[in-house]
Design a protein around this ligand. Structure first.
Ligand SMILES: *Cc1c(COP(=O)(O)O)cnc(C)c1O
Length: 379
């Protein structure tokens, strides 16, 4: 039977292996991990991640709802985002989630007013923009002064000194998130040192909560060799350099590193053609199924699994069917001689592929296949 392409294939055994290692490494230091739902909100993945006891990091009211619907405990949910609507804040308060990560002074006042109206006390942590360079792609750097995320240390200070004025907010601590796809542990060391400095300045060691966000990267170049992110170095680096307050609980929000390698996008070659300069393989998946190359110039490894035994000695621009020049998965990709009908696999599509999919050009979104056959086992 030939499977209808394109489709995402999720390796649930690898997902669980990844989750187990992340959990084991985090628990060495008593750390808590919240899965960043925006990386992939596929219900089947969410159910499996929730069943392993992870919390959830949500960036919209709908993500909170989907997390709750798929088994996450409301007490394990945190909620960030620069543009939370009043409705989303109200919903988060009503669901009694662990805390809201507040990103501006104005938002803080809005949260207080909404909590007052609901006659509830809501836990809030302040998201601080620590001005640490993630040394990653500029579109996925979030912790620099010029980024829109979070508030400055002095703004956080202005809130903290008036803490007693806010009757409907329990200020539990600080939150940081500096960017994504970070593989250089120096960056996390710098984050830990900067957090120490900011905690000193704000005297926040006495607060019970500290969240260092996510951003741990995966190996897009060699996904089959390095299937697992370096959780041991990551948590080890933070543990080595961070000086938390006594009894402060340390939280992380990992997305890509938990799900990135367990997903692949399968797509079939529709046509090949050669212009004066280049050969093209036109495939049946488009940027609507995987937008990272078009959006960030991101690299994904591509293989032709119909010609697995053939010498890899040709180059193709692997492009989609969508009417945009950026609808490309890679330029001059090394492949075996490739023909119409060949099945290509695009690696490392577990994170920010399905969750960023659209129906642009009114194309169908790819369907999902789970191996081993979890869908049948679990539903
Ligand atoms: C996107 C995001 C994350 C997860 O980032 P990854 O790079 O996928 O680990 C964590 N926290 C916040 C606030 C985010 O916006």
């Amino acid at each position: 039977m030939t499977m209808q392409t394109p489709y995402y294939q999720y390796d649930m055994a690898l997902l669980h292996e990844t989750l187990d290692i992340a959990k084991t490494q985090a628990s060495r230091y008593g750390y808590t991990i919240h899965y960043a739902v925006k990386a992939n909100a596929n219900p089947n993945l969410l159910k499996n991640i929730a069943s392993e006891g992870f919390g959830a990091d949500c960036v919209s009211g709908n993500e909170i709802k989907v997390a709750l619907d798929n088994g996450f405990n409301s007490q394990g949910i945190v909620f960030a985002g620069v543009g939370k609507t009043d409705g989303e804040i109200e919903y988060a308060i009503e669901q009694n989630i662990h805390c809201i990560h507040c990103e501006s002074v104005q938002e803080f006042h809005v949260i207080e007013l909404i909590a007052q109206k609901l006659n509830k006390k809501v836990r809030v942590a302040l998201r601080i923009n620590p001005n640490v360079d993630a040394h990653t792609h500029k579109s996925i750097t979030t912790g620099l002064k010029e980024n829109k995320f979070g508030m400055s240390v002095s703004e956080a200070h202005s809130i903290l000194i008036e803490e007693n004025r806010y009757k409907n907010i329990e200020l539990i601590g600080l939150h940081f998130h500096i960017g994504s796809q970070i593989q250089n542990m120096e960056v996390f060391k710098n984050l830990a040192l900067e957090v120490n400095r900011i905690q000193d300045e704000l005297h926040s060691h006495c607060l019970p909560y500290l969240n260092l966000g996510g951003g741990l990267g995966i190996d897009y170049l060699n996904p089959t060799v390095n299937r697992l992110a370096n959780f041991s170095d990551y948590f080890g680096t933070i543990h080595k350099w961070l000086e938390p307050g006594k009894g402060q609980s340390i939280h992380f929000e990992l997305g890509r590193s938990l799900v990135g390698q367990c997903g692949q996008l399968y797509t079939r070659v529709l046509y090949t053609k050669t212009s004066q300069k280049r050969s093209f393989a036109v495939v049946d998946a488009g940027m609507n199924a995987l937008i990272r190359p078009a959006l960030y110039g991101a690299y994904h490894r591509i293989e032709n699994i119909s010609k697995i035994d053939q010498p890899v000695n040709q180059t193709y621009d692997v492009v989609g069917p969508i009417c945009e020049t950026t609808d490309s998965f890679g330029e001059e990709v090394l492949l075996p001689a490739t023909e119409r009908g060949d099945l290509l696999v695009i690696q490392s599509c577990g994170a920010y592929a399905e969750s960023m999919a659209s129906d642009y050009n009114l194309r169908e979104r790819p369907h999902c296949v789970f191996i081993p056959n979890y869908e049948l086992e679990k539903t």
